[in-house]
Design a protein around this ligand. Sequence first.
Ligand SMILES: [Zn+2]
Ligand SMILES: [Zn+2]
Length: 347
Amino acid sequence: MFCPECGSTDKKMVGDICIDCFLKEFQLIELPERIEVQICSHCNSKLEEGKWSEEFIPEEEIIYRALERNIEVADEVENENITLGIEQIRGTIANCCVEAIGEVQGTEIEEAHECEVKILKTVCPTCSKIQSGYYETVIQFRADKREIKSEEYAKADEIVERTLIKQASSDKLAYCPQIAKPKEGRDYYIGSFKSGKKVAENLKEEFGGMIKESPRLISEDKSTGKGLYRIWISVRIPEFEIGDFIRYDGKIIKVTSIGKNSVVGVELSTNKKHNIPMKHMEDIELIKKSSEIETATIISKSPQFIQILDPIDYSALDLDMREEYNSLNVGEEIELIRFDNNVYLLI
Ligand SMILES: [Zn+2]
Ligand SMILES: [Zn+2]
């Protein structure tokens, strides 16, 4: 065959030209002389193909990946072997060497390329949000019709902190830039709605109560018409606490536990256990605090009555005998609680 470039007639042809003319212009690989990589100087996440990746990667690895991404191997190459090397790093610039060996049409070719990888330190969008104190959610921690106790505040602070530490592995906005302390409670500002919701759920799990979300439009993106919302989540913990006495559905109940979804207690007149769904919190009335429990002495017992000394006016008080009172002995001290004109012994 005749090569139109060099005129030779006895050489192997690649397409329209001979192999020697083909290889003169041929490159195994192509890569730019300079590559820039953007890295967040706060969290070390990096920008790759327009997307910030959040995983932590050591600097050398970032350089190698940048080279790999930018190397283009020609289609005709077979059995290629590419070696990447960092010759030196000066400041933010790495001088790299890329060596390639491969075969084209049965001929082995070796190539060496120089490349400069420049690492640009910037701030990623997430870190710039964090720096500006950005938040998507405010958790309003409140108690129903009472003040929050200092130990409850301490517990709530601890829950918020613990939840955010746990969330931080999957959510960079799991942080609390601000805690406001209005008279009626605490406002925890949380970076992301996702983590804010988790905080609210964990508070409810500890204290019981009700969660209510109210989104508020903060601003509007004029070009897209999309609204930017911030969500206030109120966590309202019950007025009653464990050991207190509540009225629900006409029954007087001593609260034995408060959970995420229900209030558990024992009905005083029947000793029956009740499980009240937390969503009915509004219908639960606190009637006595555990601090209002009184102590009295048993004076006498008969099959019909048990007689105690009223701790207020020291009069003798007869109560109908109940099976649970059988184990009580005369002279013993017993706890009681009073509602209206009724006295209940607490066993
Ligand atoms: Zn030729
Ligand atoms: Zn960052």
